[in-house]
Design a protein around this ligand. Structure first.
Ligand SMILES: Cc1ncc(COP(=O)(O)O)c(C=O)c1O
Length: 479
């Protein structure tokens, strides 16, 4: 018998991932129609503001990274150093880095060790020591195909059965709930506090934990996305201390998704690892049992190399037998893409001051950072003018997540189509403007509230004006 939707793994059928859901599919259909010269649509381009994919929009790759990569992919170029230097302007540190990485990994076309090339793990450990001011152990670092694959590994290992629960922030990046659905384990939601710039309120976390426990769920882990997606919120050190303390009391694994660690506009990024180490130093013995897994990626920040699929996670405080099972789990997938691993090395060890490529690297890095901040501010300003829209000041990551208040007529029209109201609104926005955003329901939101998430990656301001115009017309029609 052929497979049917009913006969396949129902965990797959149940999993939801709105970031690439119905609206994204529709936007791709529109894109194809525009490409074929269709003139019947009311817009001339599609703006994919649904996903944090910087190089799909206008972000250019950082020159140093791609120059090194070009030599890794085609080592024969290293026999023509004079051409590289004189005709192509490659600096000596590009060539040195490529030679060093090739010496370490052999060919980028070969599998590496399961958890990643040893020299790359050492380079990450050195970065973590510089970042946190505490030692890092390369043997506790696992390279992954993007942070997504790291999350998948960790949730697979943590989820023992249908009763396993993982505390998940709401709103959240839907990778977490989707992966838990695939594993037939339980997401235990805790709401972020929109009235306080989407901060993590420990009282709310405790309530969520107690509720889960009262329902018989074996709550084992708490996920923190810092800075947040979709909220952009950056946790204060005090909040991180509180989370770690709570996790320590309840024996929860802390999973710190820190992929936006360099996308911070307000305040400062504090890593969970550094705060845990500080707590351990201040309170000898008390926090020794805390299990922390922290994740990073080449997809975000100023790197934006989503398509190369690179990332890593670092484990602290895990039982060595559990580590061995994690090692086995990643080895079943052989290894993370080796080019992606090399990009991780370049991200954590970019050209230093005084080195030949440093000036250009710094210039490109700052231009991307400032461009993101300026666009976030412009978008936020536009939201402030829109009736019934409220939005926290941009704090970080790549997104804004405004609240929208829609008139009863709009809610009725959505219900008549069997759609959620935010989904209806976002669909109408796509149909009118070609701008694809994600309804708040795709990330989770408090009952009775409506939001949407948009990235601020797209260049120009025209698309922002088109959202403002659409919103006004949408409201006028529904009055
Ligand atoms: C919070 C968060 N974690 C993980 C990921 C996955 O990133 P990667 O491309 O590294 O798999 C994303 C992607 O948007 C994200 O927003």
């Amino acid at each position: 018998m052929r497979l049917t939707r009913e006969s396949i793994n129902q965990n797959v059928v149940r999993a939801q991932y709105a970031v690439r859901g119905e609206l994204a599919v529709k936007s791709e259909e529109y894109r194809a129609r525009l490409k074929k010269g269709d003139k019947t649509l009311p817009f001339e381009q599609i703006i994919s503001a649904n996903i944090g994919n910087p190089q799909q929009l206008d972000q250019k790759p950082i020159t140093f990274f791609r120059q090194v990569l070009s030599l890794l992919e085609n080592p024969q170029l290293l026999d023509k150093e004079d051409v590289l230097v004189e005709s192509l302007g490659y600096k000596s540190d590009v060539i040195e880095r490529a030679r060093r990485l090739l010496k370490e990994v052999g060919s980028v076309g070969a599998y590496s060790a399961s958890a990643g090339a040893p020299a790359i793990k050492e380079s990450i450990a050195a970065f973590l020591e510089r970042r946190d001011g505490f030692p890092a152990d390369p043997s506790k670092i696992f390279l992954s195909a993007g942070a997504s694959s790291g999350v998948n590994t960790l949730l697979n290992v943590i989820s023992a059965d249908v009763n396993t629960g993982v505390l998940i922030p709401i709103p959240q990046y839907p990778l977490y709930t989707a992966t838990l659905s695939l594993l037939n384990a339980k997401a235990v939601p805790y709401y972020l506090d929109e009235s306080k710039a989407w901060s993590t309120n420990l009282e709310i976390v405790k309530e969520a934990y107690e509720k889960g426990k009262a329902e018989g769920v074996d709550v084992r882990c708490i996920v923190i996305i810092n800075p947040g997606n979709p909220t952009g919120a950056s946790l204060a050190e005090k909040d991180i201390r509180d989370v770690i303390d709570f996790a320590s009391q309840k024996n929860l694994v802390v999973m710190a998704d820190e992929v936006y660690q360099t996308n911070v506009f307000i305040g400062e990024f504090h890593s969970f690892k550094s705060v845990l180490r500080k707590l351990q130093k201040e309170n000898p013995g008390k926090y020794d049992g805390v299990e922390l897994a922290s994740l990073h990626s080449i997809s975000k920040g100023m790197v934006g190399e989503c398509g190369h699929r690179g990332g890593y996670f670092e484990l602290v405080g895990f039982d060595s037998e559990v580590e061995a099972e994690i090692y086995k789990f990643v080895s079943i997938m052989l290894c993370a893409p080796v080019i992606g691993q090399c990009l991780v090395e370049l991200m954590v060890n970019p050209p230093k001051e005084g080195e030949p490529s440093h000036e250009l690297y710094q210039k490109e890095y700052s231009a991307i950072f400032n461009g993101l901040r300026d666009r976030a501010t412009a978008l936020h300003k536009a939201f402030e003018q829109m009736e019934g829209v409220e939005c926290t000041e941009p704090q970080g990551s790549m997104y804004l997540f405004p609240t929208i208040k829609l008139p009863a007529k709009a809610l009725d029209a959505a219900a008549a189509e069997g759609r959620k109201a935010d989904e209806f609104y976002c669909l109408k926005m796509l149909e009118a403007t070609g701008v694809c955003v994600v309804p708040g329901s795709g990330f989770g939101q408090k009952e009775g509230t409506l939001h949407f998430r948009t990235t601020f990656l797209a260049p120009g301001t025209e698309w922002i004006s088109s959202i403002v115009k659409f919103h006004k017309e949408f409201l006028d029609k529904c009055r």
